[in-house]
Design a protein around this ligand. Structure first.
Ligand code: ADP
Length: 360
């Protein structure tokens, strides 16, 4: 902190000590005058000039002494109960301003101290904790994005170098060019997901609700994966209640179904089954996406909604660990529920429950 200059020091002493001293002196003088006046009136004393001279000198001495004692007591009290806690708080704030979010302030002993300082200290410590959490998230986020970008970039670099060979056969040229296209698509997908997630994280209020047919939306979304299920020979089972209307953000819910189905097809081996169901009552719609894929252990299941988390690293190149984080964020905005039941080697079932009328 900036050191106090001489002018500030003088001003501080005048403000804190001399003004206090003068006030106490004034009050003490008034009290003594009052006392002497009442005493002389009551006892019918007639004071001589000599009496008054002696009394005035003694009174002046007493006033100075008493005011000095009070000022010293006040200085000590102020140092212990005000300046010390304030210094602790300002020192910690300065450390935090320099980027040290691990700083915490020890509560001040309750004895003889204004408890309000401990309230400020509690708030400060909570704020420091929150900020250090945000800082960790930020650094983790940067590390994750850099890591996710490094792999496709180095693959693209290698293909670029190979493509520089003038004698490269046409089929190899095509293969390497495709490698570059795939890598750039991966980066572009990741960027799109990061932007969506960022937008959703800043969005607290749910606003774009329209009434639409949820049954149709689920069927349309499923049909998008026709190529995949045909190629992998995956069997499809559906149990979709007809014409279930919902008032919600169509685009956001599409994101949910698309991610859940894309994972189901990605993690289900050839010849497996993917099932999609929709059931509804007056208030809620319940959607289940079930697959007979690799499933996941409870340890993996506990982290799947975290950003950049990938439980199955063998399929890391087919995703970026952001899909389920997006899904969870959308469901949270809609104040819905999402859960997963999974058995390793047998498959997983994701269940989503959303209100049919948002905002109710
Ligand atoms: P990614 O794009 O890498 O798939 P997600 O956020 O969609 O990222 O999924 C995170 C992790 O959750 C996956 O890496 C995988 O381990 C697990 N997971 C998600 N869906 C399924 C599923 N249907 N079957 C098995 N594991 C799954």
């Amino acid at each position: 902190m900036k050191k106090k200059n001489t002018y500030e020091k003088v001003l501080f002493i005048v403000n804190n000590y001399i003004v206090f001293f003068a006030l106490v002196a004034f009050v003490t003088t008034c009290c003594m005058m009052l006392f002497v006046t009442i005493l002389s009136d009551t006892l019918q004393l007639s004071l001589t000039e000599e009496n008054i001279n002696v009394a005035a000198k003694l009174t002046f001495g007493n006033v100075v002494l008493l005011s000095f004692i009070f000022t010293v007591i006040d200085v000590v009290r102020r140092k212990l109960t005000v300046e010390r806690p304030v210094k602790r708080i300002t020192d910690a704030t300065e450390k935090m301003m320099q980027g040290d979010f691990s700083v915490r302030i020890k509560p001040i002993s309750r004895f003889g101290t204004d408890a309000k300082f401990n309230e400020i200290i509690d708030c400060f410590n909570k704020m420091a904790e929150e900020l250090s959490g945000v800082e960790t998230l930020r650094t983790d986020f940067i590390a994750n994005v850099s890591h996710e970008m490094k792999t496709p970039l180095s693959v693209m670099q290698n293909f670029g170098t190979l493509l520089q060979d003038p004698d490269l056969p046409a089929d190899k040229r095509l293969e390497y060019a495709k490698g570059i296209t795939d890598g750039s698509r991966r980066i572009s997908d990741m960027m799109t997901n990061i932007l969506k997630l960022n937008r959703l994280e800043n969005q607290q209020i749910y606003c774009n609700a329209t009434e639409y047919n949820l049954s149709e939306q689920l069927c349309e979304c499923l049909l998008q994966f026709e190529n995949v299920w045909e190629k992998k020979g995956i069997e499809i089972e559906t149990e979709i209640a007809e014409d279930v209307m919902i008032t919600a953000d169509e685009e956001l819910l599409y994101l949910v179904w698309n991610n859940l189905l894309s994972n189901a097809f990605k993690f289900t081996p050839e010849g497996g089954t993917v099932a999609l169901s929709l059931a509804a009552d007056d208030a809620y719609a319940v959607i289940k996406v079930k697959d007979t894929g690799c499933g996941m252990s409870p340890e993996v299941g506990a982290h799947i909604f975290e950003k950049f988390y990938q439980g199955d690293t063998s399929r890391a190149t087919q995703g970026n660990g952001l899909g389920l984080a997006l899904v969870k964020r959308v469901i949270d905005i809609m104040e819905g529920e999402i859960g997963v039941e999974s058995t390793p080697g047998a498959g997983s079932t994701f269940t989503v429950k959303v209100r049919r009328q948002q905002g109710e």
